[in-house]
Design a protein around this ligand. Structure first.
Ligand code: 16G
Ligand code: ZN
Length: 550
């Protein structure tokens, strides 16, 4: 049969993509991610896994994105996208790891057979795959390894070209729900722009325009895509000024610019010369994160990160739901332990919304947000979105409203369900969401910022011999192992006003991360470096004790 699996064909193809010796790959928080020159065999095998997943899910289209997000340009990575645009189901991450680590072609075939038999996969089903990549120079070679993997199992393939990560998530969902009651739009790049731009124009119609938004595109794929989106929106609705938009010159991607650089360093990206009163935002390299910022009258840099966006979006949506008179629709916000303590207090005490805390990583936030009728989720790093449940969508779509005010609120909510990319955090869509809210509220960035003041916070990396000995619980806020370390951290934290600190192993780098916050900058730094010193001394610190550790 045409679709059934030919193992000799797979072995033959796999022999051109041998696994390097002495490397163990792990499908982590963000899929596989590492130096691009180590990824050839991994990407080939990810192709195989995607085919098996599609066959398992009755020929549903599976998405594959080749990107390493905010990592340096020499890195690359790959992740799989499930049919509704969400991250690969967690139980399959293990298969990805097993396939990637099979040393020989025979071992590879064994793993494939095991996956097929433990999942009762019907080999004869057609597999449908759509893939895209970002602008990294290593992309084309990795795409050809991927295609070899896909072809070795005779998949039906759609090449979606160079795209942002969220565009790939969007199109994956569109393909799978086309023509059903959950239809999500045209499965094309144009369909994406039309959907977002039409919704945006509706939400700001008749409102006074804001000043231009300065966008740092991290010299990545967000640059050309933002330009295109803007053409659909029209300058009269949104005026944007792009910087760090040179996605063609090698060496520039994410270099001293982009959302991660700005958030981690709490400073302006290279090339930005904004003045007090100007409005600015940064995307990351694959345009699935965004942070905003401005300069105040004292020339101090002020960051509006994912927590601030969650507060802004949460507040706006709650107001709309109330004004629209939609009874029984609950709104909740999902954060991680990295959320600034002030933001959590603001959400719970001022906005009166329920807040859940989950482990780091989009999949955890996404799934928790699905529990609310309207679930807002954001990581402090700027990745996030808003999810509308079926019930919420149905209510919003069928609501009519009595007064003009009610009608307007319902219209706005309806537009928001199109404006917001509900598959994954999306810098372009989130930018439009923030611009919509600020335009409707007629707020400057400073006015938005006034909702609450961030507690000073510090993130420190500690290099240890083995980060896997760190085991956490309570949404990563407490350490179970190494035994006894948490008690010592608690002891330190108790000495600081508004002190909070936690330690977790990174899912993307070979380090342990220490987070601390406290009432003042000095106390916060002291706490962070004391906890870092403690971790270094007690849990196998290596590579020389950094001098700032206390
Ligand atoms: C990945 C995650 C991001 C998380 C980060 C944490 C996805 C798509 N991305 O980039 O959500 O914040 O990892 O990195 O899940 P860390 O484990 O190294 O701190
Ligand atoms: Zn990213």
């Amino acid at each position: 049969m045409e679709n059934s699996i030919n193992y000799d064909q797979i072995k033959e193809a796999a022999s051109y993509h041998p696994k390097p010796q002495n490397i163990t790959y792990t499908y982590g928080t963000a899929g596989f991610r590492m130096r691009a020159d180590l990824l050839d065999s991994v990407i080939f095998r990810v192709g195989i896994l995607a085919v098996l997943r599609s066959k398992k899910l009755d020929s549903k289209t599976i998405g594959i994105m080749i990107t390493a997000s905010h990592n340096p340009e020499q890195d690359n990575g790959v992740k799989l996208v499930d049919p509704y645009g969400e991250m690969l189901e967690q139980s399959w991450e293990n298969y990805a790891t097993q396939l990637a680590n099979a040393q020989t072609e025979d071992e590879l075939v064994d793993v494939i057979k095991q996956i097929i038999s433990s999942n009762n996969i019907d080999e004869s089903k057609t597999a449908n795959i759509v893939y895209a990549r970002d602008t990294r120079p290593s992309g084309p070679a990795l795409v050809s390894a991927l295609v070899d993997g896909l072809k070795s199992l005779n998949a039906k393939i759609i090449d979606f070209g160079i795209k942002t990560t969220p565009q790939l998530h969007y199109v994956t969902r569109c393909y799978n729900v086309k023509g059903t009651e959950d239809d999500y739009g045209e499965p094309t790049e144009e369909g994406y722009y039309k959907k977002l731009s039409t919704a945006y124009r509706k939400t700001v119609e008749g409102k006074q325009r804001l000043t231009p938004i300065n966008i740092d595109a991290a010299n990545g794929v967000g640059a050309p895509k933002m330009r295109e989106l803007n053409q659909y929106i029209g300058n009269e609705y949104l005026e944007s000024i792009l910087i760090n938009d040179d996605y063609k010159t090698q060496g520039k991607l994410n270099y001293q610019c982009g959302a991660d650089f700005v958030k981690t360093g709490q400073k302006l990206p290279t090339g930005s010369n904004i003045k007090p009163g100007d409005r600015a935002a940064s995307f990351d390299g694959d345009a699935d994160r965004i942070v905003y910022y401005y300069i105040d009258e004292e020339n101090t840099f002020k960051l509006l990160d994912g927590d601030k966006i969650a507060g802004l979006a949460g507040g706006f949506i709650i107001d709309l739901v109330k004004t629209a008179g939609l009874e029984g629709i609950d709104v909740g916000v999902v954060q991680t332990a990295y959320a600034n303590g002030s933001s959590t207090t603001y959400l719970e005490k001022v906005l009166n919304v329920p807040v859940s805390c989950v482990p780091t990583g989009v999949k955890h936030l996404h799934h928790e947000a699905e529990k609310y009728d309207i679930g807002v989720y954001f990581e402090a790093n700027g990745h996030g979105t808003v999810l509308f449940s079926k019930k919420a969508l149905k209510t919003i779509r069928s609501a009519e409203g009595q007064t003009a005010e009610q009608k307007e609120a319902i219209e706005k909510l309806r537009a928001l369900t199109d404006l917001i990319n509900q598959t994954v955090g999306d810098a372009l869509s989130d930018l439009l969401l923030v611009e919509t809210i600020l335009t409707n509220r007629q707020w400057s960035l400073k006015q938005w910022d006034q909702a609450y003041t961030d507690l000073p916070n510090r993130l420190v990396k500690v290099i240890v011999e083995n980060r896997h000995i760190f085991k956490t619980t309570d949404a990563e806020r407490k350490l179970l192992e190494p035994v006894g370390l948490q008690e010592q951290i608690n002891e330190l934290v108790s000495k600081y006003k508004n002190g909070r600190s936690f330690v977790r192993p990174s899912g993307t780098e070979d380090v342990v991360r220490v987070y601390a916050e406290a009432a003042t900058r000095e106390e916060c730094d002291e706490l962070a470096y004391k906890v870092a010193g403690l971790v270094y001394d007690q849990a196998g610190g290596t590579g020389g004790r950094p001098k700032e550790f206390l």
